[in-house]
Design a protein around this ligand. Structure first.
Ligand SMILES: Nc1ncnc2c1ncn2[C@@H]1O[C@H](COP(=O)(O)OP(=O)(O)OP(=O)(O)O)[C@@H](O)[C@H]1O
Length: 268
């Protein structure tokens, strides 16, 4: 079996957006946690999903990867409706909790997931290459034979990221991947994200509640209380709000939204 096609060869490569949402609404229990969202995530770029804790970032990511219930409206991912079975191998998803086996080494963890993704004796050499590449990508070569249970939290997160990279996904959805990383690892991980976008055409959707991360993204989706406050580049956002930083822009937008809802209340 040949290697999977590169993103540029896939049938829907003409679609400029990796994700396209319209009137996207999500209920958790009886509560509406995402309200009529409309946005796009462009292909081959890093889009930051930023907003305070509890604003709905994880819920939105789960909707995109197809694991969230009670989703209504339009949500297309890589040209298919979210959750479509053919999307499984095209999306890499890393949750906030690292999902690795503590009693296996880094390489054994990757071998295990590689065997599920690409089974059969005939694929053994390709699997070996993909596992080696993923370990190199996340800079864990020197720990490849260490038990995952003996790694630090940041290293275990990188094993999860390596697992997500295994199938050469077109879309990587990363839920707060830089939490708890020291400054060097933080920089290295962002360099990897840019490398994946620039050299492999990967689309990355990266969530964070730290506004500093915004400056490293090509585009931003700013969220608050289940709504999208802005869908722009960092530069356009600073210009449109007349602020110096994305954090100030976010605060400006929050104040404007609060003033708007007060006006609506008083005119009822
Ligand atoms: N099982 C549930 N039932 C009802 N509401 C829920 C459930 N799980 C989460 N929520 C609510 O949904 C909202 C969005 O949660 P979500 O985890 O998507 O936020 P988040 O922005 O990812 O937060 P964080 O940055 O802290 O991870 C929150 O207000 C949360 O309380």
């Amino acid at each position: 079996m040949p290697d999977p096609p590169s993103p540029s060869l896939t049938t829907d490569s003409h679609t400029a957006s990796a994700v396209q949402a319209d009137d996207l609404t999500v209920l958790r229990g009886t509560r509406t946690v995402l309200h009529h969202l409309r946005f796009t995530v462009p292909r081959g770029q890093i889009t930051g999903l930023l907003g305070p804790s509890g604003c709905g970032k994880s819920t939105l990511m789960r909707s995109i990867v197809g694991t969230q219930a009670k989703v209504t409206g339009t949500l297309n991912v890589l040209g298919r409706p979210a959750g479509h079975p053919t999307l499984r191998s095209r999306i890499g998803y890393v949750t906030q909790a690292p999902s690795v086996f503590d009693d296996l080494t880094v390489r054994q963890n990757l071998d295990y997931f590689a065997a599920i993704l690409d089974p059969g004796r005939g694929a053994a050499e390709r699997r070996r290459r993909h596992v080696a590449q993923a370990i190199t990508d996340v800079d864990l070569t020197s720990h490849a034979d260490a038990l995952a249970g003996n790694l630090s939290g940041g290293q275990r997160n990188r094993v999860s990221l390596a697992v997500a990279l295994l199938g050469a996904p077109e879309l990587l959805v990363l839920d707060e991947p830089t939490v708890g990383l020291d400054p060097v690892l933080h920089r290295d991980l962002w360099n990897l994200f840019h490398h994946l976008a620039a050299t492999r055409g990967v689309t990355l959707l990266v969530s964070s509640h730290v506004m500093d991360e915004a400056e490293r993204c090509h585009r931003l989706l700013l969220m608050r209380e289940g709504e999208i406050l802005a869908d722009e580049t960092p530069d356009a956002l600073r210009t449109s709000t007349g602020t110096e930083t994305v954090e100030d822009a976010f605060l400006r937008l929050v104040d404007e939204a609060a003033a708007e809802s007060r006006t609506k209340e008083s005119t009822r």
